[in-house]
Ligand binder design. Sequence first.
Ligand code: NAD
Ligand code: UGA
Length: 367
Amino acid sequence: AAWEKQVRLSSTPRRTNGFSVLVTGAAGFVGSHCSLALKKRGDGVLGLDNFNNYYDPSLKRARQNLLSKHQVFIVEGDLNDGPLLTKLFDVVPFTHVLHLAAQAGVRYAMQNPQSYISSNIAGFVNLLEVAKAANPQPSIVWASSSSVYGLNTENPFSERDRTDQPASLYAATKKAGEEIAHTYNHIYGLSLTGLRFFTVYGPWGRPDMAYFFFTKDILQGKSIDIYETHDQKEVARDFTYIDDVVKGCLGALDTAEKSTGSGGKKKGAAQLRVYNLGNTSPVPVGRLVSILEGLLSTKAKKHVITMPRNGDVPFTHANVTLAFKDFGYKPTTDLSTGLRKFVKWYISYYGIQSKTRKESQATGESG
Ligand code: NAD
Ligand code: UGA
């Protein structure tokens, strides 16, 4: 069928020993960037995305258009559709899966808890079930999250720090993902690498994230809410630029071991690895806002709320020694530089008066 032909074409590598990668969440922020980067270096890429409307689906369609210009095809479907996933693995001998599809956002979990269970737990398990049965078994790199550190107060966070105090259901599902991964590695010998991303931002970003809707609201003269910690300190985030995260994802794929098909403690069993991918330099939200004010040449109308947002953690800060040691991960973009690139993209995409673009009205600020 035409569909099968497209699937094969998109996922066939063009370089010698190139990968054939299934990228879930390919119409998403991180997924679209990673898909392009993989395709550009000669790997075969097939996307999967359900194009849900958690935030502006037209932005996902625009990313899809960009990808299709680079011969990356996105299959529209859900992680929980077992027969569809099985069919994809029947058609394509994927060497790798880059699993980025998830219900993201920390605060939306209080509005729609089931969507987190469905995508981040049930959907992940469904993907692992299909991957374990596939021949060959792919190596899997998947997105965990800095939110697993929860209320941990070690500074900076290392991979061995405690992750037993999640502050949101989102964080709890990401933590569950890490434990589920352990079992599939242990029993079925699946090679699994989890990446704990730290508040990723950049062009083609997510409209539900603060840097994105702060930009929109500052341009539109609307007031923005800035939340503090319980003891009225500034909240800080280890904001990480998308290009650094993409390099980290590709590095993790490049160094992923092969799945062995046999787990347990057998010699040569595939390993389960987990890495922080952050920027190593936390910035208070107030500083984020003042950088944006400078870039937009507009004063923000700030409304400081002297308590935390439900589900928020007071700070995040990555130690990335392990990712550096294993695949040379080294963040190189500071927040001012990265935000300049974001703002440039934002204005070219929406125009300076973001009101004029229909897309901006549909953005999900509820998250
Ligand atoms: P995103 O929402 O832009 O991308 C996720 C994509 O997955 C979306 O396009 C969505 O339509 C799709 N999707 C969701 N559920 C699905 C399902 N059940 N079946 C098929 N497709 C589905 O988010 P993002 O910022 O690109 O995040 C990518 C991954 O990184 C997620 O796992 C997220 O939890 C994780 N993460 C992101 C950040 C960040 O700051 N952006 C930080 C830490 C972790
Ligand atoms: C982000 C992503 O949304 C999650 O998907 C991801 O898992 C997480 O990073 C992570 O690193 O693991 P978060 O850091 O909460 O979560 O990102 P934002 O929602 O953009 O918030 C950033 C900061 O702005 C937070 O400190 C938050 O308190 C603050 N904020 C947010 C405000 O001060 N005002 C707002 O109106 C919204």
